[in-house]
Design a protein around this ligand. Structure first.
Ligand code: SF4
Length: 226
């Protein structure tokens, strides 16, 4: 597998936010979202066998929650899915963060899929792999990263049109966080004010969870490996 880093921190997003978690960050992405905070995954990295990744995860124990992220981890599905099967057999609880552009039907059902639907402001809207809607279950979460009112309305309407609240455990609305932030550990680095987003959600009665990237409030936003 081609990797960028494996490290332990606190989960910053989703309904698992706040839990200790081991992150396996895979290299490479085929999208170029305008607000991407992971551009350092586009090149470089190192290779490890499945045995070596499994050992690196075990060495960070006793945490049993593991997230695969990137980049786009599903670009390495051929290696990733057997690794997921191995770790599930060993009793780990697994998450995958994915852009939603790659097919997800082969991801083991016990893995919690956190799937993006890219809004217009990302510049990558329209890349969603539509059959993924049928691969979603109550274990899974769908995330919209929202840069402005137009994105918000896109997300609100998508949730309603595709009845997402009945398909998945959580729908996440996440305000865009600057990819050139200051060192301040506060909401001034959100390019859409979370307060405004919450006001819109409440006004429309949207059944979604506000998703702040809490690791960017705990540590300096540009810090890596946390
Ligand atoms: S899919 Fe993720 S890693 Fe890829 S460009 Fe978009 S935000 Fe960055």
């Amino acid at each position: 597998m081609h990797l960028i880093e494996i490290y332990k921190s606190v989960q910053g997003e989703s309904s698992f936010a706040g839990l200790p978690c081991i992150f396996v960050r895979l290299a490479g992405c085929n999208l170029r979202c305008s607000w991407c905070d992971s551009e350092y995954t586009f090149s470089g990295g190192y290779n490890q066998s499945l045995d070596e990744v499994e050992s690196a995860v075990a060495a960070l124990g006793p945490t049993r929650l593991v997230e695969f992220t990137g980049g786009e981890p599903m670009l390495q599905a051929k290696e990733l899915i057997p690794l997921m099967d191995r770790l599930l057999t060993l009793g780990y609880e697994l998450l995958i963060e994915t852009s939603g552009e790659r097919p997800l039907a082969d991801v083991p059902t016990h893995v919690h899929k956190i799937v993006d639907v890219k809004c217009p402001g990302s510049g990558e809207s329209g890349r969603f792999h539509w059959p993924n809607l049928d691969a979603l279950t109550a274990r899974d979460e769908v995330k919209f990263v929202i840069s402005d009112r137009h994105d918000y309305e896109f997300a609100r309407d998508f949730v309603k049109e595709h009845e997402l609240t009945g398909r998945v455990g959580n729908v996440l609305f996440s305000p865009v966080f600057s990819n050139r932030p200051s060192t301040e550990r506060n909401a001034s680095n959100c390019t859409l004010d979370p307060r405004l987003l919450v006001e819109w959600m409440l006004a429309d009665g949207v059944s979604a969870r506000l998703n702040l990237q809490i690791h960017k409030f705990i540590w300096e936003p540009m810090r890596k490996g946390v």
